[in-house]
Design a binder for this molecule. Structure first.
Ligand code: FES
Length: 405
């Protein structure tokens, strides 16, 4: 499998480390694990810098992890996985630029001429719906001098480049190139926008940036479901993750931490909930918390509480389902609500988290974005976000790798 990070147990790791000695600084095992030990000595040594580690070295660190080590003996990934630019580069190329990635939801482009833009790693993209209702995705780069073509979201009948006004249709073809009279051998058909493979699953829009696949061949919906969610596709559909939900609002947060810190926290199987989210813990029966691992998805579920403060936690309903979709997308379904968390890496130690909120159509009038954030959501969300800026002291010199949780 070519993926780097997979949900295993309740934590995000690819493989379990071959070594069991957490005191990696001591380099005691140089004869047995020389490449890994050498890398860590270099990382943590007084003269080390992030430049010391090349992409090749990042790959070497990944290769040191052994899936055969039982989960009971596994330790957390080293801090170098979370802070070195070369490691992020490797993740972009091996994780984010391969396979399906959630980038938005269909209500962002529900009508012809709707569009939205975004960025994944170094790739700027634009997604739109053309006159006939067909969804397209393109690299958001003008074919003339590479200006960013569109920004934000909204409605457009065509994309006009802000630099020299080359104009593209919503199907990507070049409609007009200004003042090119006299230019020899210029074929407009060769200067359309570069397409990206796009598909939908339920309420979500997915892109696939893999250069090895043809972006033009229409994606078959069953294949997409299988590739993105594996056998979980049906479980999510039958648990109310569907396109009938009404969109409510979006909140975005930029956090000073590696993108995996957010994902790790999500995947700790409720371990932190009784301590970090005491209020939420009142609304859940934590003894019923369970985690089930599938190919690309980890599903955590928990029964809702029956306590006296029910009115305060009514938003949770009787059952909560938390699905983590590899590598960075979370779907939370509880009561009449669904929210999604999309974690976008912005650098080794910075990420953006996009929260989108949906509600069952029949309840749309009963909850507004205002009371959503007055209720449990705002407090929990603020606490969730507040936990991350210090990256949980992941880079403290006193930090050691520890047992998984
Ligand atoms: S860069 Fe877009 S028209 Fe020149």
């Amino acid at each position: 499998m070519a993926m780097i990070l997979k949900p295993i147990g309740t934590h995000l790791i690819l493989r379990r480390p071959k070594y069991t000695n957490p005191n990696i600084h001591s380099c005691k095992h140089k004869h047995h694990h020389r490449p890994l030990t050498a890398a860590f000595c270099s990382i943590h040594g007084p003269n080390s810098s992030s430049e010391d580690i090349s992409l090749h070295q990042a790959q070497k660190m990944v290769n040191q992890f052994d899936p055969k080590v039982p989960i009971e003996e596994a330790v957390t990934p080293p801090s170098s996985w979370y802070k070195h630019p070369s490691f992020l580069e490797l993740e972009l190329h091996r994780v984010f630029y391969r396979g399906w990635q959630a980038v938005g939801h269909i209500q962002q482009i529900k009508d012809p001429h709707d569009f939205f833009t975004g960025r994944l790693g170094d790739v700027e993209f634009v997604v739109c719906r053309d006159d006939s209702g067909k969804i397209h995705a393109f690299h958001n780069v003008c074919r003339h001098h590479a200006s960013l073509l569109a920004s934000g979201s909204g409605q457009k009948s065509c994309f006009v480049c802000p630099y020299h006004a080359w104009t593209y249709g919503l199907d990507g073809h070049l409609v007009k190139a200004t003042r090119i009279m006299g230019i020899q051998n210029f074929n407009v058909n060769e200067f359309g926008l570069i397409p990206i493979k796009v598909a939908t699953w339920g309420p979500f829009i997915l892109l696939n940036l893999d250069k090895r696949i043809s972006p033009l061949r229409e994606a078959d919906s069953d294949t997409v479901a299988d590739e993105w969610l594996g056998s979980c596709s049906e479980i999510l559909s039958t648990n109310g993750v569907d396109s009938l939900l009404s969109y409510v609002c979006r909140r975005e947060y930029t956090i000073e931490c590696n993108w995996k810190v957010f994902c790790d926290n999500y995947l700790d199987g409720g371990y932190h909930v009784p301590y970090a989210h005491k209020g939420l813990a009142f609304g859940l029966q934590l003894q019923s918390y369970s985690t089930t691992i599938f190919e690309n998805v980890s599903i955590q579920s928990c029964e809702g509480g029956t306590m006296e403060r029910k009115d305060e936690y009514d938003r949770l309903g009787s059952k909560a389902l938390y699905a983590f979709v590899y590598p960075n997308f979370m779907i939370n379904r509880y009561g009449p609500w669904m929210d999604t968390n999309l974690v976008l890496p912005l650098g080794p130690r910075k990420c953006k988290v996009v929260f989108d909120y949906f509600i069952e159509a029949s309840r749309k009038g009963t909850f507004s974005a205002h009371n959503l954030f007055r209720n449990v959501g705002q407090n929990q969300e603020k606490k969730r976000i507040a936990m991350y800026p210090n990256e949980l002291n992941l880079f403290s010199p006193h930090r050691r790798m520890t047992k998984l949780s």
